[in-house]
Write a protein that binds this ligand. Structure first.
Ligand SMILES: Nc1ncnc2c1ncn2[C@@H]1O[C@H](COP(=O)(O)OP(=O)(O)O)[C@@H](O)[C@H]1O
Ligand SMILES: [Mg+2]
Length: 409
């Protein structure tokens, strides 16, 4: 009996150390990795993982594990219904089981992907105040079964971890604000120079006109920067609710073409739509998808060459819908490709070509990720660029589609 008590005391002491350690970093990746290692240690388990829960898309996905390749684990989706982690999210209660395979809730697909076999499992919810952030799981107790003590230790660790994760996320947000303020400096500096010059008596009429035009352009850019920034901040914070409906994607392409028609005529760019006649209905937030396509289309026109063209294409792949936006423009240098979707990033060589904020593609990426999709870009300098949006087909759209087919038959 005495032995168990000391063991428990040591465990709690260790928890205090870990709490201190967790509080010392605001880097989310480092933090998560520390949490899983600590979880395996305090519960005497072979491995541990964190699954994060995304409020916006109501999705649960693997984030880190002590025992898996990063490429395998990160972003791997786990269903809310039909998984132990999903049950923990829905019920906000810990789970302690001796044989996961005997449990109806067990999501066996994870094992196929990771090649890691689960026997015993201890999982706790990661909750702050009243928000659920994710699930912390310890897998395969080294000796015997997970005990009540293990469970209460993991619960304490989970509570600390949830707060630390929230803090790191808030810090990421303040990072975004810092970047934004930095981006404000350049236009503000040019506005201040412009007004200074306007006040100089020796300025000619033409010079004044030029300065006023500059002021106008800079204010427009500030305006665009402010609204894009707000869009992105909302998306990043997970406060955006996607309102999904089913719609015809080809219709949407034509609508986007119409919106950009006058800009295209101005630059002498031809927009063509190529999509198969009968594409299945598609489920997504239509307004947000429109924003993605308009962003890509506006880039394809902006970074094109005179008399160039843009092709908009939608096609169906096995379980995805793919939208292509292809142009005959200046293209993107290979060294820039990895940075293209970063906030405020613009290709230096093409910066003077068109006004921009460098936020458009980050917004696209956030929206597409919010739909569990992904984006790709291919490009050759001087030839053009092609942006691809991959979106998983949703069950509901597939069912409506099936029903329609039956009605036709
Ligand atoms: N179709 C394209 N062709 C060439 N370069 C592109 C294209 N689309 C985007 N880019 C490059 O990627 C950068 C980031 O795009 P984006 O986030 O939309 O910002 P912005 O259009 O405001 O500059 C652009 O500044 C541009 O350099
Ligand atoms: Mg853009």
């Amino acid at each position: 009996m005495a032995e168990i008590k000391t063991e428990r005391l040591d465990g709690y002491r260790r928890l205090v150390d870990i709490a201190r350690d967790l509080a010392s970093t605001l880097d989310l990746d480092i933090l998560l990795s520390r949490i899983v290692h600590a979880a395996a240690e305090v519960s005497g388990a072979q491995a541990a993982s964190i699954l994060l829960y995304d409020d916006t898309s109501q999705q649960l996905y693997f984030q880190v594990s002590t025992n898996m390749e990063e490429s395998v684990q990160s972003g791997f989706l786990v269903p809310l219904e039909g998984s132990i982690a999903g049950w923990i999210i829905n019920n906000r209660k810990p789970v302690r089981i001796t044989d996961a395979h005997e449990d109806k809730r067990f999501f066996s697909k994870v094992e196929k992907t990771t090649g890691f076999s689960t026997h015993s499992l201890l999982g706790v919810p990661l909750v702050t105040k009243n928000k659920i952030v994710g699930v912390l799981e310890a897998i395969n107790k080294h000796e015997g079964k997970f005990s009540e003590t293990d469970e209460s230790m993991l619960l304490v660790l989970g509570a600390q971890a949830a707060v630390a994760i929230e803090n790191a996320r808030l810090f990421q947000q303040s990072d975004l604000i810092a970047e934004f303020v930095h981006e404000l400096r350049t236009p503000l500096a040019s506005l201040s120079t412009a007004t200074y010059l306007l006040l100089r008596p020796e300025m000619s009429h033409e010079q004044r006109d030029q300065i006023v035009t500059n002021i106008h352009n800079e204010t427009m850019r500030l305006n665009a920067l402010a609204s894009s920034f707000l869009d992105l901040a909302r998306l990043e914070s997970g406060r955006v609710q996607f309102r999904k409906t089913t719609f015809d994607i080809a219709d949407l392409l034509y609508e986007c073409k119409d919106v950009m028609a006058s800009k295209a005529v101005e630059d002498n760019i031809q927009i063509r739509i190529e999509s198969s006649d009968r594409l299945p209905l598609f489920e997504a937030d239509r307004d947000k998808m429109k924003q993605v396509i308009l962003n890509l289309l506006s880039n394809a026109i902006k970074y094109n060459r005179p008399n160039g063209s843009v092709i908009l294409r939608a096609e169906e792949a096995e379980d995805e819908m793919v939208v292509h936006v292809q142009d005959t423009g200046v293209g993107i240098p290979e060294t820039s490709l990895p940075h293209l979707f970063e906030k405020f990033y613009r290709v230096r060589e093409n910066e003077s070509r068109a006004a921009g904020t460098g936020l458009g593609l980050s917004i696209c990426k956030q929206i597409v990720h919010g739909h569990s999709g992904r984006m790709e870009v291919k490009s050759k300098v001087g030839v053009g660029a092609e942006f691809l949006v991959f979106l998983p087909k949703q069950k509901r759209a597939a069912e409506i589609e099936k029903k329609k087919k039956k009605e036709i038959v």
